[in-house]
Design a binder for this molecule. Structure first.
Ligand SMILES: NC(=O)c1ccc[n+]([C@@H]2O[C@H](COP(=O)([O-])OP(=O)(O)OC[C@H]3O[C@@H](n4cnc5c(N)ncnc54)[C@H](OP(=O)(O)O)[C@@H]3O)[C@@H](O)[C@H]2O)c1
Length: 231
């Protein structure tokens, strides 16, 4: 695989941090974002990637992120829209302001950042956009109005962008992991060897990107093969 210039949102922990590390190990240039300065500094030091404190719900931060990519790497070949968080509440009990805030990060932040990156990719004649959706965006479930709704939106938006960007050589991919053992939703401390780890998702994303450029892998659901196995 040739050396590429990655922008990864939410690279300070979890799937994003695993992807920062694996992309750097493969020799790629990486700019990544997050909100927690200490975690960002740690990932940057460990990987040699360029970390940036930037809230993807803030338009001004997204503008600064793209400018940093221009300044440090000269452009962006791969945009990974990974930053997102959860809010679980059932209808009748939803705090709509919390749901609006979640959509500002999980949906509108993705649209705003990508809106700024696509003209650059069109001008350079191609690129890849990887959108982290979820199996929560493939099947509705209890408490999933806000988070599941945001991930259904990301899958639909991904299909719109595929229709718009295929003629420009820009591939848009939706990745839909099942449960991954990260700190997502404060669920720390899980270490089940049979369930998915952040590194599994990172490796799968890099495998998708390594496909011949003729190949557009539109959407991929990722499950653990045998999560019920007793060790
Ligand atoms: N874990 C799962 O089971 C699972 C399953 C399916 C899909 N996913 C999706 O995979 C992606 C990564 O999830 P994860 O499990 O790795 O979550 P995680 O461990 O909670 O990490 C989330 C990352 O996103 C960043 N982030 C959140 N909101 C942000 C914002 N407004 N601006 C900038 N950065 C922000 C966090 O940064 P700070 O920590 O610095 O704030 C962190 O680096 C998400 O899109 C998630 O919805 C996860």
């Amino acid at each position: 695989m040739q050396t590429l210039r990655f922008l990864i949102t939410g690279g300070s922990q979890g799937i994003g941090a695993a992807l920062v590390a694996q992309a750097r190990q493969a020799g790629h240039q990486v700019v990544f974002t997050g909100r927690d300065a200490a975690r960002i500094q740690q990932v940057a030091t460990e990987t040699g990637a360029h970390g940036l404190v930037a809230d993807s719900a803030a338009d001004a931060d997204n503008a600064r992120t793209v400018e940093t990519c221009r300044a440090t790497m000269g452009g962006i070949d791969v945009l990974v829209n990974n930053a997102a968080y959860g809010y679980i509440a059932e209808i009748g009990d939803i705090d709509v302001d919390q749901m609006r805030a979640l959509f500002a990060t999980n949906v509108f932040g993705v649209v705003d950042l990508t809106n700024r990156v696509v003209p650059m990719m069109k001008a350079q004649g191609g690129g890849d956009i990887v959108n982290l959706a979820s199996t929560s965006g493939m099947k509705g479930g209890k408490g999933g109005t806000a988070y599941g709704g945001s991930k259904w939106a990301i899958r639909g938006i991904t299909q719109c962008w595929q229709a718009e960007l295929r003629p420009f050589g820009i591939r848009v991919i939706a990745i839909c992991p099942s449960e991954v053992q990260t700190n997502w939703g404060g669920r720390t401390g899980r270490n089940n060897p049979n369930k998915l780890f952040a590194g599994d998702i990172a490796a799968t994303i890099l495998a998708g990107l390594a496909m011949p450029r003729r190949v557009l892998w539109t959407e991929l659901a990722i499950f653990a093969n045998n999560p019920w196995k007793e060790d």
